[in-house]
Design a binder for this molecule. Structure first.
Ligand code: FAD
Length: 387
């Protein structure tokens, strides 16, 4: 057992940290408040190879794994730039394409994802189905040699920045007549695909959308993979990378908040010569949050190691636990940071309250804490499924 990164991973961590710090949280907040995207940071991260660390080298990537991508997510977040689209485009879309796309699809999409010039977002959530993806109502029917898609999706991140949406739909299996899931690469400018931006209480340069698919016609090669049978495994292929990288983003955000707060409490003096951090009522909550963040980081490291070793089932358990732990730890760290900063905690200038919405959402999305507890109860504790 080792807790050390390889020299290459260490270098990656230092380099991403340096990039993130050059932009910093004030850049992230300014972009969000101006309704703009972190275009410069994304482009630079792409040029430096950080967005494609987990993409095979033959498609322009770094040939690493989810361990490397988790490092990128964590370090950018630890610098105050938690980029949600890292979880969607390089983590979900690139993994699904690498593992289940056709050679043609890999060649067409992966190089652009690797250098950051292209983004592919992911649409599974629906208003009526919610957490229960078995109830998905978006349907794809054969139409000549292509497909016709109809349905509605909600909370889809980054549609305005992406060239394609990876849409999860249901298709009719001609052998059984049953509807089974399939993934489609739908161009964001496809006829019949419309969107409306949701007003979210999150300070973020990335937006969420309602998507309407009304007779969206896509060619046969928009179906991800060689056949309809690729659908279910492709869908599951994206889940572990999603959970691990969103957890890493949470852990990085937690680190960022604790660092901001510790700097403040170590120097702020309101009772004579002693810093407020010398009072245990201030330092213990911060120390407690630091412990929770560090525990989550360990679980992230375990989940990423298992995933990169091809141990998908074990990575599923560890990835869910890591996501749960990091979601809770990030929310605790940011809330604690706001508290120990007092009034300054609620200002934009001190840059912690600006993360309250994001960390709160991290306990809901991309999978809620309750659905993770259901998973653990069922698959780890052997309890009957309750729903
Ligand atoms: C900022 C943000 C970005 C997002 N980006 C994307 C995206 O890019 N693509 C995408 O497809 N989706 C995205 N989502 C959607 C997200 O994945 C869903 O919000 C999430 O999966 C929960 O689904 P829901 O909102 O429909 O909640 P519901 O399913 O309606 O659940 C509501 C509440 O009930 C609980 N609950 C439901 N069923 C059970 C049960 N059986 N047992 C216990 N508790 C239960 C849930 O945990 C939750 O707390 C995003 C959401 C947010 C907030």
């Amino acid at each position: 057992m080792t807790f050390d990164l390889t020299p290459e991973q260490d270098q990656l961590r230092d380099a991403v940290r340096a990039l993130g710090r050059r932009y910093g949280h004030s850049y992230f907040v300014e972009k969000a408040k101006a309704g703009e995207h972190t275009t410069e940071l994304w482009a630079e991260a792409g040029r430096l190879g950080y967005l494609g660390v987990n993409i095979p080298t033959e498609y322009g990537g770094g040939g690493g794994g989810i361990t490397e991508l988790a490092i990128v997510c964590e370090e950018l977040a630890a610098a105050g730039c938690p980029l949600l689209l890292l979880v969607v485009s390089p983590a979900i879309a690139a993994t699904v394409l690498s593992r289940h796309g056709t050679e043609e699809q890999r060649k067409r999409h992966l190089p652009g994802l690797a250098d950051g010039s292209q983004k592919i977002v992911f649409a599974i959530t629906e208003p009526e189905a919610g957490s229960n993806f078995h109830r998905l109502g978006t349907v794809a029917r054969r139409d000549g040699d292509g497909w016709l898609l109809n349905g509605r999706k909600c909370y889809i991140s980054g549609v305005d920045e992406a060239g394609h949406v990876l849409v999860v739909a249901r298709t009719e299996d001609s052998s059984t007549g049953k509807l089974k899931p399939a993934l489609f690469l739908v161009p964001t400018d496809a006829a019949g695909l419309t969107r409306s931006k949701l007003d979210m209480e999150i300070v973020s340069p990335e937006n969420q959308f309602l998507l309407y698919l009304d007779d969206v016609r896509v060619p046969a090669d928009a179906l991800l993979g060689e056949s309809l049978d690729a659908g279910l495994p492709a869908l599951f292929a994206g889940l572990n990378p999603e959970r691990i990288t969103v957890a890493a983003m949470g852990a990085g955000t937690g680190r960022y908040a604790i660092e901001r707060a510790s700097e403040y409490t170590a120097t702020r003096k309101v009772w004579g010569g002693r810093s407020i951090g010398s009072h245990q009522g201030v330092s213990h909550p911060l120390a407690h949050a630091a412990v929770q963040v560090e525990l989550a980081r360990l679980m992230i490291q375990k989940a990423a190691t298992l995933y990169d070793a091809g141990r998908d089932l074990e990575a599923g358990v560890a990835g869910n636990m890591a996501k749960y732990a990091a979601g809770e730890a990030a929310a605790l760290a940011v809330d604690t940071a706001v508290q120990v900063l007092g009034g300054a905690g609620m200002t934009t200038e001190y840059g912690v309250a600006t993360l309250l919405g994001a960390v709160r959402a991290g306990r809901i999305a991309p999978v809620s804490r309750e659905m993770i507890l259901n998973f653990v109860a069922q698959h780890v504790l052997g309890q009957d499924k309750s729903y």
